[in-house]
Ligand binder design. Structure first.
Ligand code: GTP
Ligand code: MG
Length: 424
């Protein structure tokens, strides 16, 4: 396998630029550039020189002999000055060495996976960690990258293997009449495993953390939806006017409220009569948005909103709108009264839709595999043909192995590692 190298720190110019080298020829490359190998795992200051003795840079270098390294291979790091020309010169020198080439995106991590330094769900966690923009995303990705899901799946797999072994022993002794039945507790043990998996499946998904919680403003025309939308965003994103039917299309904007990622959606006012053709299309879209919402803010007549929506009384400064007896919050977009309360309320409801901080959240791929595994386990009982039971357990194990990457296809790996940048 080639030895790979890449700039693993941010794009130059920067204070330092870290070039990583991984593979069998990493030690030789380090020797070529710095004269000799430094002691393992100790940062050492060296002058880096080209093959003809030209000084390239003075750098802090690190040498990590395999196997206990990030990639599982021999690994070297050059902490150079982060100028564009410095990095280019060092990379040119590396490219000229035999057996070395520039790394593909995610190739260091892919080698870590191949060499068993990381399993697939940890790798997904790492990809999420690098992409994390909010505190919640970071904490969830951290838990995943440290193997919290892998540990759980390994534990389930272990139990599954013990159950499978029992089925095997029944099959082995199948000819003798007295041992051809599975033990009486068998069905309930499988059921316990299945319900634990279901419990994980019921939790909020990781994608919500990336895509944000959808908060949809709805109500009749002129109720002040767009004005409230703008006030919450602190930006005149939507057109507002005293004319009923101002908003036609749904408008969405991403905001972070106290670290909670929110997609705020303004919609056309709902009315049956008097809507023109374009407005009617807008109303259909508004309905569609309500269907996809995690949280609905209702600005219309009390109790007439979609079930579970937050009751908001608007325009409290003029007392013009229908007053509500017990709204969740009263607000005036004009005087800003109640705005913080609305934000507070959105934040509170929205965070209940998101994974808890530090909890592992399943992504759709992982959830799909767990669902496959769990569905095979439903209705397994000790009274069933042991051959069929054995097969159901085996299928569940296959799903687990796909999840942690013990068996996975090349396409899937390409898609996953393609998410990384070069140098990771
Ligand atoms: N005094 C006062 N006027 C408001 C307030 N909120 C909205 N308005 C006014 O009410 C009118 C309608 O506001 P919009 O925000 O356009 O209402 P909408 O619900 O988006 O209406 P459509 O898009 O037509 O469905 C505008 O003239 C706003 O200036 C408020 O809190 N106080
Ligand atoms: Mg509007």
């Amino acid at each position: 396998m080639d030895t790979i190298y890449a700039l693993s720190s941010g794009s130059p110019p920067a204070a330092i630029g870290i070039v990583r080298i991984s593979g069998n020829a990493a030690g030789e490359a380090l020797r070529n550039l710095s004269g000799s190998l430094p002691p393992p795992r100790i940062a050492t200051l060296r002058t880096l020189r080209s093959s003809i003795g030209e000084v390239l840079d003075t750098a802090l270098i690190l040498w990590f002999p395999r196997p206990a390294t990030a990639t599982g291979e021999d690994l070297a790091e050059l902490h150079c000055h982060g100028g564009r020309a410095v990095i280019a010169a060092v990379e040119r020198e590396l490219a000229a060495l035999p057996g070395l080439r520039r790394a593909e995106p995610g190739e260091f991590t892919r080698r870590a996976f191949i060499n068993g330094r990381m399993d697939l769900s940890e790798t997904e966690g790492l990809a999420d960690l690098l992409a994390a923009e909010t505190e919640l995303q970071r904490r969830s990705a951290q838990a995943l990258s440290q193997g919290a899901l892998s540990q759980q799946v390994d534990e389930w797999r272990e139990r599954l293997l013990i159950l499978s072994a029992r089925v095997e022993s029944v099959l082995d002794f199948g000819d003798e009449d007295d041992v051809s039945e599975l033990p009486t507790s068998f069905g309930s043990e499988v059921e316990a495993l299945r319900s634990e998996i279901e419990h994980w499946l019921a939790r909020p998904r990781a994608e919500k953390l990336r895509q944000g919680v959808r908060v949809v403003l709805t109500g009749p025309p002129n109720s002040g939806k767009s004005t409230l939308f703008n006030a919450l965003l602190e930006e005149a994103a939507a057109i507002t006017s005293a004319e009923a039917g101002t908003t036609r299309d749904a408008i969405e904007r991403s905001v972070s409220l106290g670290g909670v990622p929110i997609v705020l959606v303004d919609t056309a006012g709902l009315r049956g009569e008097g809507a023109g053709e374009i407005e009617s299309i807008g109303i259909d879209r508004a309905r569609d948005q309500i269907g996809r919402a995690d949280v609905v803010l209702w600005l219309g007549e009390e109790g007439a909103g979609p079930p579970g929506s937050i009751e908001i009384e608007t325009k409290t400064d003029i007392g013009e709108n229908d007053r509500k007896v017990a709204p969740d919050v009263r607000v005036s977009a004009l005087t800003s009264q109640g705005l913080d309360e609305v934000r507070e309320l959105i934040m509170r409801v929205a965070s209940s839709v998101l994974p808890k901080p530090g909890d592992v959240a399943l992504n759709e791929r992982q959830a799909g595999l767990l669902r496959d595994g769990a569905s095979g386990l439903s209705n397994v009982s000790e009274h069933m043909d042991p051959l069929i039971v054995g097969e159901a357990l085996r299928e569940c194990r296959v799903a687990f192995d796909r999840l942690t990457g013990k068996s996975s296809t090349e396409d899937m790996l390409d898609a996953l590692f393609g998410r990384f940048c070069i140098g990771k």
